[in-house]
Design a protein around this ligand. Structure first.
Ligand code: NAP
Ligand code: MG
Length: 487
């Protein structure tokens, strides 16, 4: 393929310039709700171009880190205003590029604006502690130093929020960044980078290189001048990045998959539990790392909960996320659709009972997209594949248990530990759940998917590298502590 002229090709942003790749190779991103709609094309860049970006970032970081936090913050505040002005356009691009509904895309873009403002303010907040020395005539304190060049590798499911919740803290603490976004959402990410460009960041402080993970992502991971990699995506890729970084002594942060449970106790507000289950499992077509994928229900209320869940699920309107009434869009890509259908088959093969959905949607509005029905299985035993592996699609596994203790045991019996929620009105049960649940995000009477930018985010067990992102926790990754002793 050669660089297309009829549709815009988004270039790399390196050292303050939009540059074409010598590869001449592009990937065209199509709307997963209607593959006749071409969203734009991205370049399949070369390793040399990634090296150019790292070189520019390394050079630019020297002056960037010398600015005061307040000065760096001013760029982030400006970027927030620019993104806010382009919110509708960028949200629409996101919906067309990866399928989530327009209200969700707008909400995410607004979150991006808030993330930029939160970290802009961080430039004026405390960066260390004074610690009493045993020497009465000495002053001992800590301060923070940036890492240097930070590599940012992101997935397609939050094309605005994830790049920003990584880049904004990296930048405010004095790092320069090179971002390699997921191919499937790279046009939207390029627009975010346009906002940063317009905010006037010094050249080389922010760089974007698009292309394949195995070439650009790998080269970023292996580059001796990249001091840290922040990654969100699948476990397989994440583990590889972690090993690559460890081998050369670079810092790394991995946020990966989940198999998030909701527990419904017999004393729960069932209407609330049903609403939250549907929202957690089916919004964004189940493609959130915090999405609900297992619902563990106490036997006493199982039938009642199931009936309510089925009747609410039947009301959901599926279609193009740009259409006003649509509640759930398509899978983000053909691959993703195939994965979901594969897991549905697996569920049937292993003996779970399909009680809702289970099919690719067909017919006029659906034939040009990657639509799948919201799907519910029952008679799921905790060891089945659909109860163990991350599906990343709108599929619920209903599991019945006799007692709450069994529910927590089942909830913990997976390799992941990202988010979990319980619906109960019993305080003792809430406290047991909070104490015993092995998950980084533990929620009571609220859906499993839900993140606030000012609070730490991350998982336990196989869901993360045990680091945390967002809020004040971001400082731990994007800086190193210096302990200073002055006499
Ligand atoms: P992915 O396949 O792991 O890709 C993530 C990013 O890594 C993409 O930019 C990808 O590039 C890149 N990559 C691929 N191979 C690489 C390599 N060898 N070296 C360096 N980078 C490489 O994940 P995805 O399919 O985009 O996203 C879905 C997954 O992300 C799910 O498993 C989900 O649970 C997880 N996720 C987790 C969180 C969280 O915070 N815990 C949030 C969102 C998503 P390409 O685009 O070229 O493949
Ligand atoms: Mg992928």
């Amino acid at each position: 393929m050669t660089v297309e002229t009829k549709n815009k090709t988004y270039l790399n942003f390196v050292n303050g310039e939009w540059v074409a790749s010598v590869s001449g190779e592009v990937k065209t991103n199509l709307n997963p709700a209607n593959t006749d709609d071409v969203v734009g094309a991205i370049q399949m860049s070369t390793k040399e171009e990634l090296n150019d970006a790292v070189k520019a970032a390394k050079q630019a970081q020297k002056a960037w880190r010398k600015l005061s936090g307040n000065e760096r913050g001013a760029y982030l505040f400006k970027a927030a205003d620019i993104l806010e002005n382009r919110l509708d356009e960028i949200a629409e691009c996101m919906t067309r590029e990866m399928g989530k509904t327009l209200p969700e895309a707008k909400g995410e873009t607004a979150r991006g604006v808030a993330i930029l403002r939160y970290y802009a303010g961080e430039g004026l907040r405390s960066e260390g502690d004074v610690i009493p020395s045993t020497d009465p005539s000495a002053l001992m304190f800590t301060k923070r130093a940036p890492l240097g060049v930070v590599g940012v590798i992101t997935p397609w499911n939050f094309p605005v929020a994830i790049p920003l919740w990584k880049m904004a803290p990296a930048l405010i603490y004095g790092n320069a960044v090179v971002i390699k976004p997921a191919q499937e959402a790279a046009v939207t990410c390029a627009k975010v980078v346009e906002c940063l460009e317009e905010a006037g960041f010094p050249k080389g402080v922010v760089n974007l290189v698009t292309g394949s993970g195995s070439v650009i992502g790998q080269a970023l991971t292996d580059h001796p001048d990249v001091a840290g990699i922040t990654f969100t995506g699948s476990n397989t890729v994440g583990k590889g990045i972690g090993q690559g970084c460890l081998a050369r002594g670079a810092k790394y942060q991995l946020e990966m998959g989940g198999k998030n449970p909701v527990i419904v106790a017999k004393d729960a507000d069932l209407n609330l539990a049903v609403e939250a289950t549907i929202s957690g499992a089916f919004r964004s077509t189940g493609q959130k790392c915090t999405a609900t994928s297992r619902v563990i229900v106490e036997a006493d209320v199982y039938e009642k909960f199931k009936e309510k869940l089925l009747s609410k699920t039947a009301e959901l309107i599926i279609g193009d996320g740009l259409s006003e009434n649509v509640w759930m869009g398509p899978c983000a890509s053909e691959n993703q659709l195939k994965t979901v259908l594969h897991y549905i088959e697996k569920g049937k093969e292993e003996g779970a009972a399909l009680i809702a959905g289970g099919n690719r949607l067909k017919g006029e509005v659906f034939d040009k997209g990657y639509f799948v029905e919201p799907t519910i299985f029952e008679n799921v035993s905790p060891d089945m594949t659909i109860a163990q592996e991350e599906i990343f699609g709108p599929v619920i596994a209903l599991i019945q248990v006799n007692h709450l203790e069994d529910a927590i045991k089942v909830a913990n019996d997976v390799e992941f530990g990202l988010s979990a929620s319980i619906f109960t009105t019993n305080i003792q049960q809430m406290l047991s759940f909070v104490d015993e649940m092995e998950a980084g995000l533990v929620r009571v009477n609220s859906e499993s998917a839900g993140v606030e930018l000012q609070a730490p985010f991350g998982g336990m067990k196989q869901s993360s590298s045990h680091s945390r992102e967002q809020g004040q926790a971001a400082k731990e990754f994007f800086t190193s502590i210096k302990t200073v002793f002055v006499k």
